[in-house]
Design a protein around this ligand. Structure first.
Ligand SMILES: [Zn+2]
Length: 157
């Protein structure tokens, strides 16, 4: 399931290689940068360029442009970036503010946080394109994070 399928325009179909780590980046709509960059960084973007998100957790570059090798790190954004920041206060689901902490708490209480999130997504309430630094649906990250909690639990037993 992808909540932002309707926003998957031609920009997001493009790929580029991160100039810092070489990983394949995901193409973004410019609105994602416009929403999430702090003012001093926003003042330097070239809206006609295609920007990409680097998902590599061991790379400091969050956004890059293939055209002028422009890069932005986490401090250029208004929000912490899930893929680049392992703190518990960082959102996994940005739209509905499910931080690692909150997901961990819900998981520990045997609640089903993913079902809550899916319900809002299915009701078309999410806005990943302007809230989530990756510019796309968070559900994959939420599922992966909950799975990692599950695996940790199994290891403890
Ligand atoms: Zn990178």
């Amino acid at each position: 399931m992808d909540c932002c399928a309707s926003s998957n325009n031609r920009e997001t179909a493009k790929t580029g290689r991160c100039p810092s780590c070489g990983e394949k980046g995901k193409g973004l709509s410019i609105i994602t940068l416009k929403s999430l960059l702090i003012a001093s960084s926003l003042e330097t973007i070239e809206p006609d360029n295609t920007y990409f998100f680097c998902p590599n957790s061991s790379c400091n570059t969050v956004y890059f442009s293939g055209t002028h090798l422009q890069t932005f790190e986490e401090d250029a954004l208004k929000v912490p970036v899930f893929q680049k920041n392992s703190s518990m206060h960082v959102p996994v689901c940005y739209c509905f503010n499910w931080t690692r902490d909150r997901l961990f708490q819900a998981y520990s209480d045997n609640l089903q946080p993913i079902e809550h999130i899916k319900e809002h997504v299915q009701s078309n309430r999410c806005g990943c394109e302007v809230n989530n630094p990756q510019g796309a649906c968070c559900l994959g990250n939420v599922t992966a994070y909950l799975r990692s909690l599950n695996e940790r639990k199994v290891e403890e037993i």
